[in-house]
Every structure is written in C-alpha cells, then in structure tokens.
Design a protein around this ligand. Structure first.
Ligand code: PMT
Length: 410
C-alpha cells in the first residue's frame, strides 16, 4: 500500500536494535511516506543521525533545548499534523516514560503532544521484557489505545535466547498500514459479545466466581468496533472500561447474562461468547451475611447447575453465526472438539488456561480455532487484540465459504 501524503514520526531509542530502524525507514520511504526521525540521546550512541537524515531527506530531531533551533517550539505543530507515530525500537525506559507521561526529551515530549495512532515496537533483553514493571507499563499503554507489538523470540544482544527482539520490519510496516487504513469489513454487522466472569452470590458479601479479567471479551468488542460493527457487550464484573461505542450491559450472575444475551440475540448477526460463566450457583443464597463464627466445623454449600447459555443460544440463534470459547487445561484439542459438537455452535476458540502468560488475566493468548465444518487453525501466541482480529477474520472467511465442507471428524 502506498503511504503517499502520510506524515510519519519515527522515534528511535537507545537499543542495539536502533540499526534496524534504518531498514524500517527505507521501507516507509519506499512507500512514499514522509518520515521525520526523532532520536533520543541513547539512540545516537548506536547509529549516527546523519544516516537517518540522508535517508529521510529531513533534519533529525533530538535536542529539545538547542537554542539555535526552532524545532522545540515546532513540536506541537509537528505532532498535530502527524498521521502515525512509531517508536522502534522502544526500550523499557521509553515504555516507562510514555506510560507515566514523563516528557524529558524531544521524543517523549512529542509523544505527549501526539493525537494520532501510536505504535511501539519494543526491543530489550528477555528478562527485562518479562519484568512486572515493564509488563505493567505495557498494559497501561495498551489500555490507553497505544499499539504495543509483542517482541520476537530469538538470539538477543546479551548472548541469551529469549523474547525481546525487535519485531520483524515487515510486521511493523503491516501494523502501520493497518493503523493508517482501518478496515471497515464489519460495517453493517451487529455483534453480541460476552466477557468477564459471572459472580454467583453465597450471601450479600461472598460469591463464587473465576479468574476471568474480561480482557479477551473486551478485545473482541474493541476489534469489532474498529472494523465498523455495532457491538452489544454483555460483561460480568471487571476492572476494564467498556470500549467507546459499545452498548454496554453489565451483569453479575449467569442468570442475568442469559437474560441479557437472549434479549439481544434477535438482532445479532454474530455472537461471540468469551465470558467465563460459572457452571454452578448456590441453590439458596443467604439474604443476610452468614456469620463465620457459626461455621468453625466447616461449611457445605448446596450448588445447582447454571443454565448453559451457549447451548441455548445455539438452539435459538436463527441466522446468527455463533462463536464459543473453551477454557481447557489438558488435551485441549480433543476436549475442544467435543465441546464444539456438544454446544452445537459454528466456531470454537480453544485456549489452554494452564499456561503462564496466556488465557485468564494475561495480555496475550494462544488459541486453536475449530469450526463445525472440520477446519482447525492453530494460531501462535499473540496479544488479545490480535487474537480478536484473527477470530473476526475467521468468522468472515467461514461465512463466505461454500457449505457444508465436511462434517467434523471424531
Ligand atoms: O477474561 P480473560 O482474563 O481475558 O480470560 C479469557 C478467558 C480465558 C476467560 C477466555 O479466553 C475463555 O476461555 N472464555 C471461556 C471460558 C469458559 O467458560 O470456558 P468453558 O469451557 O467453561 O465454557 C465453554 C463456553 O460455554 C464458553 O463460551 C462459555 O461462555 C459458555 N458457557 C459456559 C457455561 C455456561 N453455564 N454457559 C455458557 O454459555
């Protein structure tokens, strides 16, 4: 795709991967983008500004306090006319400053002034990427709408092998193109998405629930909205903000989720059930707080099965395309294939929730997509928003394909 007429800022920070920014700049200018390079002082230790100046045909910005330059006062105007702001490589230090709004050099000051989509391509040692502080900063940035790519796995500058390499230049360019030309292939679709856990009361202060954070379901809703769909998001209690533009229906219990889902099913063209519904509820929740003093010898709760919402939706869905999730801890594929048949749905998204870094609460997921016509798609680990886009791509592809292809194999 041509990027003619697109103003791009390419921020470069102090990582050994700064030399790869030269290749990224070449790819962007080859697509006719007008690129302004901004370097931190750290980046200049790795590659000289002259290289970037020559390839971009523009001055390289770096010193916010240069008295000879008008660049500093110009930064707000530059940020305002920019279509996409890339930081590649983005060090742990840059991610931390961006997450906390620190503006102590040209690049971080420009980031605060930017109103365009921001894309960060991290590069650092694997141990640093996994550090809780870095992960918290990445989560903050993603929640604010910044696209933070996952680093690649491979040989690192430290001599170790792990996750932390700058993503492939091709991946970064593809993401830039996506941000600049948002796809509206779901315009006219009405999506019903469920997300988060349910809470089944024991008494007014206690409940049964599970570890679902709502990140997966909210990512599906966000991705669908970005692609032009109308979205009804039915969610159990989460700490997440509902995505802007969604009709948001907060619920607590499985019964409430069922009621809301049935109410919105009639108008939905696609239903995606990412919620982790509690399978059981307490038969007779107490109206008053149960005194712990009275339970010193143990406490038994009588549980009854909750309605299987997904199965009921499959029976009543009419023409809607129905996607379910399967949270498994072993023999994921076999259990998922059984669940696909038992629930009578069109597509099942299976994830292994016993794996660290994916599934419940994590920012990433790794899923297998099994469809009722026998197709199986094994996807690599990705961010939840990327998984969401992959699910939506699959829904569109399956709906467009001639059917029936074949019945699912046992
Ligand atoms: O929310 P996150 O922290 O981001 O975590 C994401 C996730 C792990 C919750 C998500 O990826 C996921 O796997 N969601 C489904 C969890 C689940 O309940 O799986 P299950 O295998 O128990 O249920 C299978 C399907 O039936 C699900 O689509 C579920 O919504 C549905 N179901 C289950 C029970 C029930 N009583 N009614 C239902 O509709």
């Amino acid at each position: 795709m041509t990027l003619a007429g697109k103003q791009v800022i390419l921020g470069i920070t102090g990582s050994i991967a700064a030399y790869k920014a030269v290749l990224l700049l070449r790819e962007l200018t080859a697509r006719a983008a007008e690129v302004t390079v901004v370097m931190t002082a750290g980046a200049e230790h790795f590659v000289g500004p002259l290289t970037f100046r020559t390839l971009s045909g523009r001055p390289v910005l770096s010193n916010l306090f240069d008295p000879q330059s008008d660049d500093a006062v110009e930064h707000v105007a530059l940020a305002e006319r920019t279509h996409v702001f890339i930081v590649a490589p983005a060090t742990a230090n840059l991610l931390a400053k961006a997450a906390h709004g620190i503006a102590d050099d040209f690049l971080t000051t420009l980031l605060l002034a930017a109103r365009c989509p921001v894309l960060m391509a991290p590069a650092m040692d694997g141990g640093m990427w996994d550090h809780a502080a870095v992960q918290a900063n990445v989560t903050t940035l993603r929640e604010r709408g910044v696209t933070v790519l996952e680093p690649d796995t491979g040989a690192l500058a430290s001599g170790l092998h792990g996750r932390g390499r700058l993503p492939e230049i091709e991946t970064i360019v593809e993401e830039v193109e996506r941000l600049l030309a948002p796809v509206r292939d779901l315009a006219g679709e009405r999506m019903l998405v469920t997300s988060g856990p349910t809470r089944e009361p024991i008494d007014p202060v206690r409940y049964l629930s599970n570890r679902s954070s709502g990140k997966m379901g909210h990512a599906v809703a966000t991705a669908a909205l970005r692609r032009g769909a109308e979205v009804v998001l039915i969610s159990g209690p989460t700490a997440l903000k509902p995505p802007a533009g969604a009709v948001y229906v907060p619920v607590q219990t499985a019964e409430e989720m069922r009621e809301a889902a049935l109410q919105h099913l009639g108008t939905a063209t696609v239903v995606i059930k990412a919620a982790a519904v509690a399978d059981y509820r307490v038969e007779r929740p107490s109206a008053t707080k149960i005194k712990s003093g009275g339970k010193r010898d143990g406490w038994s709760l009588d549980l009854v099965a909750n309605p299987d919402i997904l199965k009921e939706l499959a029976q009543k869905k009419g023409g809607a395309f129905l996607v379910g999730f399967a949270a498994e801890t072993n023999d994921v594929r076999a259990h998922a294939a059984d669940k696909l048949r038992a629930k009578g749905i069109d597509l099942l998204v299976a994830n292994d929730v016993s794996q660290h870094g994916i599934g419940f609460e994590a920012d990433d997921n790794q899923v297998i997509l099994l469809d009722r016509w026998g197709g199986v798609l094994d996807l690599p680990r990705m961010t939840k928003i990327q998984v969401a886009h992959a699910i939506l791509d699959r829904v569109l592809a399956l709906r467009a394909a001639p059917k029936p292809r074949r019945t699912p194999s046992r």
